[in-house]
Design a protein around this ligand. Structure first.
Ligand SMILES: O=C(CO)[C@H](O)[C@H](O)COP(=O)(O)O
Length: 219
């Protein structure tokens, strides 16, 4: 099975977490695209979706799935999204698609975060994947210097402006052994909009695509 097929497998498997007539949260990325396609094809009627990006909103609307504003919904049962890395506790690095801030906002509304990913995303310690950090443009250089003090090399993602008008720094060379403390600390730096470590909003479930089928992890 190639990576695309593994993504389709977990996108399909995530349907078991979609309850008819409820509002769900939907993330962003190529794996989530497969979930959106599977949901549209499934015939499951949901009351709507809160979307984490313009990209997912457009895809859902094109397939006839109603998209609601986050402000219209006090809580969500489930949020379904991909990840760039996931550790043995369900902490994740996210933001490869630059949608991390809205992803964290929607994840925060949800009772259960269901992560869908191919097995290559599983890691013992977060940090091999360059850590995305959304920043206010005028703070980018100062934040890059602060990451250098921690041993990281922050590179501006060229040509990318987020849905919120922010910039993305990709920070290489970090080993994030305490994701909870790391997320809390970096979030306090002036000019950081959102750090791509999802520790407080970690996954409760992960559906991992493997060549022998879907492996389900609970955290
Ligand atoms: O965090 C994300 C977007 O900001 C994605 O969930 C993450 O990058 C994984 O994407 P893909 O499913 O394409 O591998």
């Amino acid at each position: 099975m190639n990576q695309d097929e593994l993504k389709a497998l977990v996108g399909q498997a995530a349907l078991q977490y979609v309850k008819p007539d409820t509002v769900i949260g939907v993330g962003t990325g190529s794996t989530v695209d497969k979930f959106i396609d599977a949901l549209a094809a499934s015939g499951i009627k949901i009351a709507g979706a809160v979307s984490s990006s313009v990209r997912s909103t457009e895809r859902m609307r094109a397939l006839g799935i109603a998209v609601l504003e986050a402000s219209e919904v006090p809580a969500l049962g489930v949020y379904i999204d991909g990840a760039d890395e996931i550790d043995p506790q369900g902490h994740m690095i996210k933001g490869g698609g630059a949608a991390l801030t809205r992803e964290k906002i929607v994840a925060d509304l949800a009772q259960t975060f269901v992560c869908i990913a191919d097995a290559s995303k599983q890691v013992p310690v977060l940090g091999k994947f360059p850590l995305p950090v959304e920043v206010i443009p005028m703070a980018a250089a100062q934040i890059a210097r602060r990451f250098a003090e921690l041993g990281g090399q922050a590179k501006l993602r060229e040509g990318v402006v987020t849905d919120n008008g922010g910039l993305i720094l990709d920070v290489h060379g970090l080993s994030i052994t305490d994701p909870v403390a790391f997320e809390r600390d970096i979030n306090q730096w002036p000019g950081v909009v959102c750090v791509g470590v999802f520790a407080r909003n970690k996954a409760q479930v992960c559906l991992l695509g493997t060549p022998t089928g879907v492996q389900q992890l609970q955290f």
